[in-house]
Design a protein around this ligand. Structure first.
Ligand code: FAD
Length: 286
């Protein structure tokens, strides 16, 4: 099932992101996590791709497991910064031969000391163009409501995003954000420049302080004062912070759905119990 088709429906669409095992680590814990997630009937599950050999070779295996054994549509993330064009060709042929139909095309982070050359796709847009040549994949891409951390400014970032859509990205999944008004403003600006593909809101339930510090330094997401106060109040009480983080994510999703944002993607961090609590909180709404 093509994700681009699923996202065309008017109903609320929920999905999860998981990461595959690190190379040479067992598959079992990740497979168990996705089995548990499957009980919440997500519309699809996406599987990240660890650049630089981190987890990349295990992504197709987990995607195949989700779609072939659990019968849930799945999306393979694919990054291009740390692979040559020839290596990308090999990976795309593997995905095709496994019957994988959905790819989230990403640049990935450029490894330290590496200078992208003609042997590499420099931006996600170039990877998207390549994937479209295969004529058998539905392609999504990433977007950044609060601007990509390396972009010169938000106007240029938006023009680069428009280019990704023009190259064939059929839907966009957002970077995590904790202030819904950042997403609403982004959606407005995106429409104004002609980006009219579905935008899927990426929600990160924050359940510990270490995670939030790391996530924010990587993503550049701003923390609303309501969120900071919650972190300060509960930072020394792990169980309370976990409960508050789940409640915050739930509230964020209710506000999004109330305002017409119907595609919700939960960054599960391979913790089915957290994603499950959120889905449970939304049971009547979904
Ligand atoms: P691009 O769209 O190529 O943009 C990168 C930067 O280059 C931006 O600042 C953009 O404005 C700029 N740019 C684009 N085109 C041009 C141009 N022609 N000229 C000049 N500047 C340009 N990382 C992983 O390693 N594995 C994953 O599985 C993964 N999954 C992700 C899922 C989501 C939903 C998101 C939001 C991010 C994910 N990432 C993942 C992180 C992502 O790889 C990084 O954020 C990366 O730095 C940018 O990737 P991109 O595809 O958005 O890049």
């Amino acid at each position: 099932m093509l994700i681009s088709e699923k996202l065309k429906s008017n109903r609320v669409c929920t999905s999860f992101e998981v990461f595959p095992p690190k190379n040479d680590m067992p598959f079992e814990p990740v497979k168990n996590a996705v089995c548990e997630l499957s009980a919440f009937s997500p519309d699809y599950i996406s599987v990240t791709y660890g650049a630089g050999g981190g987890t990349s070779k295990n992504t197709p295996e987990i995607v195949s497991f989700i779609q072939d054994e659990l019968h849930i549509p799945s999306v393979a993330h694919l990054t291009c910064a740390s692979s040559t064009k020839e290596e990308i060709d090999v990976i795309l042929n593997e995905l095709k031969s496994r019957g994988i139909k959905n790819i989230l095309a990403l640049r990935g982070d450029i490894p330290d000391g590496v200078q992208p050359d003609d042997n590499h796709y420099r931006y996600a847009s170039e990877l998207i163009t390549k994937i479209r040549e295969f004529d058998c994949f539905s392609v999504g891409a990433a977007c950044y409501p609060e601007c990509h951390t390396q972009a010169k400014n938000s106007v240029e970032d938006l023009m680069h995003l428009k280019h990704k859509v023009d190259c064939g990205a059929e839907y966009l999944i957002t970077q995590m954000f904790f202030d819904n008004s950042a997403l609403y403003s982004f959606l407005y600006r995106a429409l104004k420049v002609g980006i009219d593909v579905p935008v899927v809101a990426g929600i990160m339930p924050v359940i510990n302080r270490k995670q939030i510090v790391r996530s924010c330094s990587l993503s550049g997401a701003t923390l609303p004062s309501k969120f900071r106060i919650m972190l300060d109040r509960f930072s020394d009480e792990p169980e309370s912070l976990r409960q508050a983080g789940i409640a915050y994510a739930t509230e964020q999703i209710i506000d999004l759905i109330s305002n017409g944002v119907s595609n919700i993607h939960i960054y599960t961090m391979n913790k089915p119990e957290v994603a499950g609590k959120i889905i449970e909180n939304l049971s009547s709404i979904l």
